[in-house]
Design a binder for this molecule. Structure first.
Ligand code: PHE
Length: 336
């Protein structure tokens, strides 16, 4: 009897851990219980036989219970509200469509990367600013008509969502003054969203991105500026480019220029297709003075232009409005 009790405990333990509990019912130990019967005293055989049968009933019940536990753990409940297949493995779920970086974000990072490798510190511009940084510190006299050219929005409190990243110039100059006096240079790019109260069409948006550069040293030259810009554009488009400039008026630079590149043949251009990319020039002495930098000792150059037009040329995008449209058909073209 102790033999049967011990066997029961052992088999029950095996059944509750087995993934094929029924096979345990065929265990040799159970078969051997029967071979013992002929060796028993006839008076013991009846009770022995009952004990063996009782054992089999208990084991069978344990097997049924184990089987139902196993079944419960393998059946996945069907959730009809789930947006994915609940039976899919984690890997299959991962390969469903993922979001990607917006092309403007990616290209802006690319632009910043090129300038930081050239030694410029990158500073994000503000999205709300004031009249002083937008105009005053940039040598726009009060009531000067050049202010109108920027189609600035204003909040009721008189703040300005900046119409160009040049609003960062005064801050960069003030913060860099100590560096200049210690014998170093100021070399920074500022980038970010700008806003203009413009009618929207294929080449105009009320909200767009600009990147601005500023360099100040004791002997900065226009030639350095043109070399810097040429290098940037050649790296960005991955090829040699023809450049040209023409005079332009911005109150914060003197001389002021518009900088153009010839549209490369590889991007569908013909000789003589000039594309104006940005405004630039030597920083006006009044702008240096406003930041308490002596224009007799230091000189600098600055440039600023839109990011969208760079990207449009690179990818042959014909309409600026695609960028802010949120259209997946457009965005998916940049998945790579
Ligand atoms: N801020 C000017 C614009 O948006 C561009 C510019 C920047 C011109 C720096 C000269 C120097 O039109």
């Amino acid at each position: 009897m102790t033999n049967i009790d011990e066997l029961r405990a052992d088999l029950l333990a095996r059944i509750t851990q087995s993934n094929d509990p029924r096979s345990i019912l065929k265990a040799d130990e159970i078969k051997q219980l029967y071979t013992v019967i002929p060796t028993l005293d006839p008076s013991e055989r009846g009770s022995y036989g009952k004990a063996v049968n009782a054992l089999k009933v208990v084991l069978e019940a344990a097997v049924v219970e184990r089987e139902s536990t196993l079944e419960d753990s393998t059946v996945v409940p069907l959730d009809v509200t789930a947006p994915w297949d609940v039976n899919a493995t984690a890997l299959q779920l991962l390969s469903t469509e993922q979001g990607t970086q917006h092309p403007l974000t990616r290209e802006l990072e690319n632009v910043i990367d090129i300038f930081t490798r050239m030694g410029f510190e990158a500073i994000e511009s503000r999205q709300i600013d004031d009249d002083h940084h937008m105009f005053g510190a940039l040598n726009f006299p009060e009531n000067h008509p050049a202010r109108d050219g920027y189609d600035t929005f204003r909040t009721e409190e008189g703040f300005i969502p900046p119409a160009h990243t040049s609003t960062m110039q005064h801050r960069i100059l003030k913060a860099g003054k100590a560096k200049l006096e210690a014998g170093g240079n100021i070399a920074a790019v500022s980038y970010g969203r700008v806003f203009r109260n413009e009618d929207v069409d294929a080449t105009h948006e009320h909200t767009f991105y600009q990147c601005e550069g500023i360099f100040v040293s004791s002997d900065a030259t226009l030639g350095q500026m043109l070399g810097t810009l040429r290098s940037f554009f050649e790296v960005y488009y991955g090829q040699k480019l023809k450049i040209k400039t023409q005079p332009a008026y911005f109150p914060f630079v003197e001389p002021g220029l518009e900088f153009a590149i010839e549209k490369p043949a590889a991007l569908g251009g013909k000789p003589g297709d000039w594309l104006e990319m940005l405004g630039c020039g030597m920083i006006h002495p009044n702008v240096l003075r406003a930041a308490d930098i002596d224009p007799e000792k230091y000189r600098g150059f600055a440039w600023g232009g839109g990011i969208e037009r760079l990207v449009m040329l690179k990818y042959g995008i014909e309409d600026l409005r695609h960028f802010e449209s949120g259209k997946l058909q457009f965005l998916r073209k940049f998945n790579s």
